[in-house]
Design a binder for this molecule. Structure first.
Ligand SMILES: *[C@@H]1O[C@H](CO)[C@@H](O)[C@H](O)[C@H]1NC(C)=O
Ligand SMILES: *[C@@H]1O[C@H](CO)[C@@H](O)[C@H](O)[C@H]1NC(C)=O
Ligand SMILES: *[C@@H]1O[C@H](CO)[C@@H](O)[C@H](O)[C@H]1NC(C)=O
Ligand SMILES: *[C@@H]1O[C@H](CO)[C@@H](O)[C@H](O)[C@H]1NC(C)=O
Ligand SMILES: *[C@@H]1O[C@H](CO)[C@@H](O)[C@H](O)[C@H]1NC(C)=O
Ligand SMILES: *[C@@H]1O[C@H](CO)[C@@H](O)[C@H](O)[C@H]1NC(C)=O
Ligand SMILES: *[C@@H]1O[C@H](CO)[C@@H](O)[C@H](O)[C@H]1NC(C)=O
Ligand SMILES: *[C@@H]1O[C@H](CO)[C@@H](O)[C@H](O)[C@H]1NC(C)=O
Ligand SMILES: *[C@@H]1O[C@H](CO)[C@@H](O)[C@H](O)[C@H]1NC(C)=O
Ligand SMILES: *[C@@H]1O[C@H](CO)[C@@H](O)[C@H](O)[C@H]1NC(C)=O
Ligand SMILES: *[C@@H]1O[C@H](CO)[C@@H](O)[C@H](O)[C@H]1NC(C)=O
Ligand SMILES: *[C@@H]1O[C@H](CO)[C@@H](O)[C@H](O)[C@H]1NC(C)=O
Length: 713
């Protein structure tokens, strides 16, 4: 043991010795002192005192036999060709060079870097950090080839800064980046030509780049002009090899016709963070390779324009074959009809707009669509066939206003019997969907897990922030189908943050987690402990246990308290088997978004009158479609009431036991004064619930389901 320790100690000392050895003084002149670090092949030269002198004789450079490629000059002000006198006599190429000038470079004279031509094909990188004034003489960069030139944070005593393009005349630069500098203009002392492959000009308060574009040779792959103050899109016509243009965060208000013509290789345009209100229908004409169009954070109210001939035409029409990714988030769009024929579209980001409905065939012909972000819109109804034809993998519907995953339609069958047909917009994508977010859909008053059991690929299900109504754990088969006790085929995660669960939820969710038996659930870290939390503890993923479960005394208490919960659940199950099936038909009659019933919002009571709280009754509200925002706020507040009432576990338990299937009644519930205040003008609400005769077959299957469940225990 001691020997080993000694050994490591020895190695340690050895390391310290080599470390100190690797750094040494390698050049001293009247103006600078350099230290070399052979481990990093780094030479750091610091100015001795403020000076305008430039002459450095590198023949006295003592390399100690090492090769160096990184050179840092700190506080150096003035660069001339004298700065690298005799450089080639003592510095050997290590395959590449990088020179970084930190602070204060004030002037760079003609042919400063000429000597580097000696190394012919060695790639050279020049970095200027926080130069001061930074006056560049003509040919400062000496007609050479550079791998990269980076200029950032130009400090300028008398703005605007003028960058002399003639300094770069006849250079070939693979990558050039100028960023984070105050207002600057380009000037050129005589015409110049620069060959840049990748160009970045970010956050420089540029208002005009025409001179730069004139100077550039025709070959360029991408240009990033983001975060400037450009107010018109310049013409890139000459740069026909461009693949990527970033014009984000400027001041554009419109995109004119044919502005991108001749860019037949262009793959991506980023126009986000502008103030674009209008895009001409021919704006993207000729972009035969464009696959990504980024337009988020603008002021678009429509994707379409009405022409003088009264035709409706969209700026997307030239892109129907090629566009794969379209970002339209954070605009003011009411619809997105114009995307209907984008046959290559794979991903659509359209969050934070003003969309209200998703109609039938909303994604008609968008056969390759896999990802849609429709979050934070005002979606109230989703047609069951809305996503038909797509191969959706990731669907984000969070923060919308729809009230159910299902829609019930009144149909006449072959025998001329009228019947209600319930279906879900998830049905058409059940074989592909992997990620589904319904987070913060505060009007989602009914969640039928039956629909979710059909999503065979489901891996991530986000339900955080949805209201916990009495229909939160609904598991109702529809239209003659039966519950498939297998559910999603993969391990999956269900997030249930921002929801409070009580003991009852354990019983009510049991059949569901029997199906979702490969699930990891997330609840709030600070969720208070109860039997739901305690019994579910194996399902919380590593690092996602509510904090209270780490308190031993709470856990002991719960062990005692929850020991008989399964038994209480049995009685709950025995007594709810019938109501559950019944509500399957009743809910069909309620959750309708179809045209015929869309005008009538129905309020339905689920369980009632057993509560001892001031409210006096437990109310569940299901609305077919919420027409106005006042109605929706009403439903939300009633829901809140529900949640508070149901926290009294035994009450609800009793309530459900009482509801043994014979409530063919009309219930009038008077909301007490407190609720009245919230519900604006409301005084009392009369809630009607119709009870339909249950489908005996269905009920039999439900019973079998529960028997299965009991048998397994
Ligand atoms: C360097 O030269 C500039 C003018 O080119 C002058 O203003 C400054 O005082 C000089 N600095 C030193 C330290 O000589
Ligand atoms: C560079 O100059 C600044 C003042 O202009 C000084 O604060 C800094 O210490 C100097 N850097 C070095 C490494 O000497
Ligand atoms: C260093 O440069 C000076 C001036 O250019 C020159 O006279 C001298 O011969 C050079 N020395 C070596 C070793 O190259
Ligand atoms: C933009 O540049 C200014 C200096 O001109 C700098 O202060 C600011 O931090 C930069 N902004 C970003 C986002 O880098
Ligand atoms: C412009 O170039 C000429 C010669 O080409 C030179 O004499 C003059 O000083 C330059 N002007 C500037 C502002 O660099
Ligand atoms: C510009 O540089 C690229 C490679 O970096 C080269 O292929 C092209 O021929 C150059 N164009 C001109 C006009 O020099
Ligand atoms: C369009 O691109 C071609 C090369 O693809 C080029 O020869 C032509 O000059 C460009 N047109 C304009 C108007 O710049
Ligand atoms: C578009 O530009 C914005 C702002 O500069 C940037 O944050 C974003 O990553 C870019 N988006 C894409 C898809 O390139
Ligand atoms: C269908 O639902 C409506 C209410 O939306 C209801 O009045 C009707 O009785 C139901 N019909 C059947 C056959 O269930
Ligand atoms: C949902 O709401 C919560 C709290 O208001 C918020 O923290 C969260 O980011 C929201 N989630 C989404 C997806 O908007
Ligand atoms: C989940 O349920 C299925 C079907 O009942 C069963 O085959 C499987 O073994 C269960 N898996 C786990 C981890 O309990
Ligand atoms: C539930 O029903 C089963 C038979 O269906 C019965 O054996 C059991 O005793 C009942 N449990 C309770 C608590 O009533």
């Amino acid at each position: 043991m001691f020997r080993i320790k000694f050994f490591f100690c020895f190695i340690h000392i050895g390391l310290i010795i080599t470390l100190t050895k690797s750094e040494f003084s390698c050049l001293t002149s009247s103006i600078i002192s350099c230290r070399c670090n052979s481990d990093e092949s780094l030479v750091t030269c610091i100015e001795n005192r403020p000076s305008n002198e430039t002459f450095i004789d590198w023949s006295t450079f003592s390399s100690g036999g090492h090769r160096f490629h990184l050179f840092k000059f700190i506080n150096f002000t003035h660069l001339t060709s004298n700065t690298f006198t005799n450089f080639t006599s003592t510095v050997l190429s290590l395959g590449q060079f990088e020179f970084t000038f930190i602070n204060r470079i004030d002037r760079v004279e003609e042919n400063t870097f000429q000597i580097l031509n000696f190394y012919s094909d060695t790639p050279i990188t020049l970095i200027f950090e926080s130069p001061r004034n930074f006056q560049l003489a003509n040919y400062a960069f000496s007609r050479l080839k550079y791998r990269e030139i980076v200029i950032s944070d130009i400090q300028n005593d008398n703005p605007p800064y003028q960058l002399n393009l003639k300094a770069f005349d006849n250079t070939q630069i693979y990558q050039m980046s100028i960023s984070n500098s105050p207002e600057f203009h380009f000037i050129s002392n005589g015409s110049s030509l620069i060959n840049i492959t990748h160009m970045k000009l970010k956050n420089c308060s540029l208002t005009n780049i025409d001179l730069l574009l004139d100077t550039l040779s025709t070959f360029m792959l991408d240009i990033d002009l983001s975060s400037n103050k450009l107010n018109h899109i310049p013409s890139f016509m000459k740069l026909s090899t461009l693949k990527d243009i970033d014009l984000s965060a400027n001041l554009f208000e419109d995109v004119k016709s044919n502005i991108f013509t001749n860019l037949t290789q262009l793959n991506r345009i980023n126009l986000s963070h502008n103030q674009i209100k209008h895009i001409a229908p021919d704006a993207f004409l000729g972009l035969t390779q464009l696959s990504t169009l980024v337009l988020y954070d603008n002021r678009l109210t429509s994707l379409e324009t009405i022409t003088v001939h009264n035709e409706v035409i969209s700026f997307l029409y030239p892109l129907v074959q090629t566009l794969t990714t379209l970002h339209l988030s954070n605009n003011f769009l009411h619809d997105f009809k114009a995307i209907r024929n984008l046959s290559s579209l794979n991903s659509l980001q359209i969050c934070c707009n003003k969309i209200k409905t998703l109609d039938e065939n909303a994604f008609k012909n968008v056969h390759k669509l896999e990802t849609i972000d429709l979050s934070s819109n005002h979606i109230e109804s989703i047609h069951p066939m809305a996503f038909d034809g797509t191969i959706l993998i990731d669907l984000d519907l969070s923060s919308n206003s729809f009230s159910s995953l299902e829609t019930t339609k009144h149909v006449i069958d072959d025998h001329f019997h009228s019947k209600n047909q319930t279906s879900s917009f998830l049905d058409t994508i059940q074989s592909t969907l992997i990620v589904l977010s319904l987070e913060n859909c505060t009007n989602l008053l009914e969640l039928n897990w039956f629909v979710l059991t059909k999503l065979r690929q489901l891996t991530i299900l986000k339900l955080s922030g949805i209201p916990k109504t009495d229909k939160f754990w609904t598991l109702e088969p529809r239209d003659g189908s039966i519950i498939d006790w297998h559910g999603p085929s993969f391990d999956h995660r269900v997030s249930l943050n921002d929801i409070r669960f009580d003991n009852n939820d354990y019983c009510l969710s049991k059949p569901i987690f029997q199906i979702f038996n490969r699930t990891t659930i997330h609840v709030d870290e600070n969720h208070p402990c109860n039997c739901f939390i305690f019994m579910m503890k194996k399902k919380f993923g590593a690092g996602h246990h509510p904090i209270c479960l780490s308190n031993q005394s709470i856990v002991q208490e719960l062990t005692h308290e929850c020991v008989n919960i399964d038994l209480s659940c049995l009685s709950l199950v025995n007594s709810t088997t019938i109501p559950l099936t019944q509500s399957s038909s009743s809910s069909s009659s309620m959750t309708s978004t179809s045209k015929e019933t869309s005008l009538t919002s129905k309020l339905t009571t689920m369980s009632s009158s057993q509560s001892s709280s001031t409210i006096g009754s437990t109310v569940t509200v299901t609305t077919g479609s919420i027409k106005t925002s006042s109605t929706s706020s009403l439903t939300t507040s009633v829901t809140t009431t529900t949640t508070t009432t149901t926290t009294n576990a035994s009450t609800t338990l009793r309530t459900i036991i009482m509801d043994d299937g014979k409530w063919k009644t009309i219930l009038a519930i008077t909301i007490p004064l407190t609720a009245v205040a919230i519900i604006a003008a409301g005084t009392s609400i009369f809630i009607v619930k119709r009870w339909k005769k249950k489908n005996p077959k269905e009920s039999f299957e439900m019973l079998t389901g529960f028997e299965n469940l009991l048998a397994r225990k």
